[in-house]
Design a protein around this ligand. Structure first.
Ligand SMILES: Cc1cc2nc3c(=O)[nH]c(=O)nc-3n(C[C@H](O)[C@H](O)[C@H](O)COP(=O)(O)OP(=O)(O)OC[C@H]3O[C@@H](n4cnc5c(N)ncnc54)[C@H](O)[C@@H]3O)c2cc1C
Length: 454
């Protein structure tokens, strides 16, 4: 036993912090966790879960449209945004309770408060109480970044988008990352007039380039106005909405302006700089392969480290850290082949490397592609293409990358991620019998490479 109040004190009750504290407590550690805002963090409250619920709602709109071609007369009388938000909030409250109960049962002490570091072994919560801990874990996540332009206070971020009182009629979204395109699909699917503006020449640049190109095409086809190389420089309130002025002099009026222009690690004002914890130029905590900062008993996981900002990565890191520290297990999380999805309309999912990454790494690869109108959309009036792509290593025949845009992409990609993590080769894909009739079987029938790099 040590003289400290806790064996581990965790700042932040989000995906990473909750998992780390619960697993550490399960292994007998005395654990305290401070959560200043909402139990479960971004994912549960203003991220993955409410976003997916809203995307489901938007998907029903498309479903009613598709159903016509299948003989259904779907006269939809009404969509109620307040009903959607109320039901979404009820589900989130349930999840908040689940997280809290899991931690209570494991014996974690919860402080519903902001916490700051007073010294390398002491934290202080909002009422002034101080607690000492043998080890400290920083799991404070990230926060949306809004550029400093005149009128920025008129804009919202993803945080507020989940709590709007009504569905805005005209939505202007700034950004070209996954959060921007997801909200574009959600608001458009629910019936709003959506304009997406992005400062770059392409969207979704963190992914295989063809996914962004094809999503942009789908968005345009389905009524979302898109403007590349366009930056909002000023926002002003008008009698009828918010007027956005852009770098090219164009103006656009909207009822809601949403900035999805990136997120910053939450490292300000919690005592890290004062203690000399090393951070990068973005303010992300720098950690080694053991999630250790430059102060050996202070650790950091999740979005605050800005490595791969996804919930399953934060939870896996939290689990592995707790097991290393308190269960004597040598567990580490690989950030190779982490599958991910974008719940845009249509959705995107991907695992492994992109064509651009293959080129950067100097790999000799074959590229297989397939683009088709899926069976479901044969009878529906909505024209929607599915696109699939495989990157195959010439030296080993291993499938290094698997990418898709189209219905059910996320559900499909999870299984392919197992295959790719296990080192599946293209020959194995070819030998696997497909499930017919599905879109997924097309991943197994691509026989002729469309391109190769030597
Ligand atoms: C709109 C949106 C959609 C997303 N969709 C997906 C998705 O589909 N799939 C996916 O995998 N990921 C998604 N993400 C990313 C995912 O939410 C994050 O990667 C994940 O939540 C990171 O977990 P974390 O534990 O690092 O931080 P968080 O979940 O952000 O938790 C950090 C917690 O720390 C608390 N905190 C901060 N400072 C303090 C302090 N000083 N004292 C006490 N508490 C503090 C915060 O209140 C917060 O609750 C999405 C994110 C957003 C914003």
């Amino acid at each position: 036993m040590t003289d400290y109040d806790f064996d581990l004190y965790v700042l932040g009750g989000g995906s990473g912090g909750v998992r780390a504290s619960r697993i550490a407590a399960t292994h007998g550690a005395r654990v305290g966790v401070a959560e200043e805002r909402y139990m479960g963090g971004t994912c549960v409250n203003v991220g993955c879960i409410p976003k997916k619920l809203l995307a489901y709602s938007a998907g029903f709109g498309h479903g009613f449209e598709d159903a016509k071609g299948y003989g259904w007369d779907c006269g939809v009388n009404r969509f109620s945004w307040p009903d959607l938000i109320r039901n979404k909030d009820a589900e989130i409250s349930r999840l908040n309770g689940v997280y809290r109960r899991l931690m209570d049962r494991a014996g974690v002490t919860i402080h519903d408060s902001r916490a700051t570091l007073v010294d390398a072994h002491t934290v202080e919560i909002a009422d002034g109480q101080r607690f000492t801990a043998d080890r400290i874990l920083i799991a404070t996540g990230g926060w949306p970044f809004v550029p400093d332009i005149p009128g920025r206070e008129l804009a919202i971020t993803s945080n507020e988008a989940f709590h709007l009182p009504d569905l805005p009629r005209r939505v202007l979204i700034a950004g070209g990352g996954y959060i921007a395109v997801e909200f574009a699909g959600i608001f458009a699917g629910l019936g709003a007039e959506v304009t997406l503006m992005h400062r770059g020449t392409a969207i979704l640049t963190a992914f295989d380039h063809e996914l962004g190109v094809r999503l942009l095409h789908e968005m345009k086809t389905h009524g979302i106005a898109t403007h590349l190389l366009t930056v909002i420089v000023k926002l002003e309130k008008t009698a009828s909405g918010i007027l956005a002025t852009c770098n090219n002099g164009q103006t656009y009026e909207a009822d809601c302006v949403l900035f999805a222009t990136g997120r910053k690690p939450m490292t300000d004002g919690i005592g890290l700089a004062e203690l000399g914890v090393a951070m990068d130029s973005e303010g992300a905590v720098i950690v080694d392969e053991d999630d250790r900062t430059n102060i050996p008993h202070i650790f950091a996981i999740g979005d605050v480290t800005n490595q791969l900002n996804l919930t399953p990565v934060a939870t896996a890191k939290g689990q592995a850290l707790a097991e290393r520290l308190f269960a004597g297990k040598d567990r580490h999380v690989s950030l190779e082949n982490v599958p991910t999805a974008i719940f845009s309309s249509p959705p995107i999912a991907t695992v492994g490397i992109s064509e651009e990454q293959a080129a950067e790494r100097g790999l000799s690869v074959k590229i297989f592609k397939e683009s088709f109108r899926p069976l479901k959309h044969r009878l529906s009036e909505r024209d929607q293409e599915t696109f699939m792509k495989l990157i195959v290593d010439n030296a080993t025949d291993r499938v290094l990358g698997c990418h898709m845009i189209g219905d059910d992409a996320a559900e499909m990609m999870q299984g392919f991620a197992v295959a790719i993590t296990a080192g599946a080769t293209k020959a194995m894909f070819n030998d696997t019998i497909g499930i017919h009739p599905t879109s997924a079987e097309e991943f197994l029938t691509m026989r002729t490479p469309v391109a190769a790099s030597m």
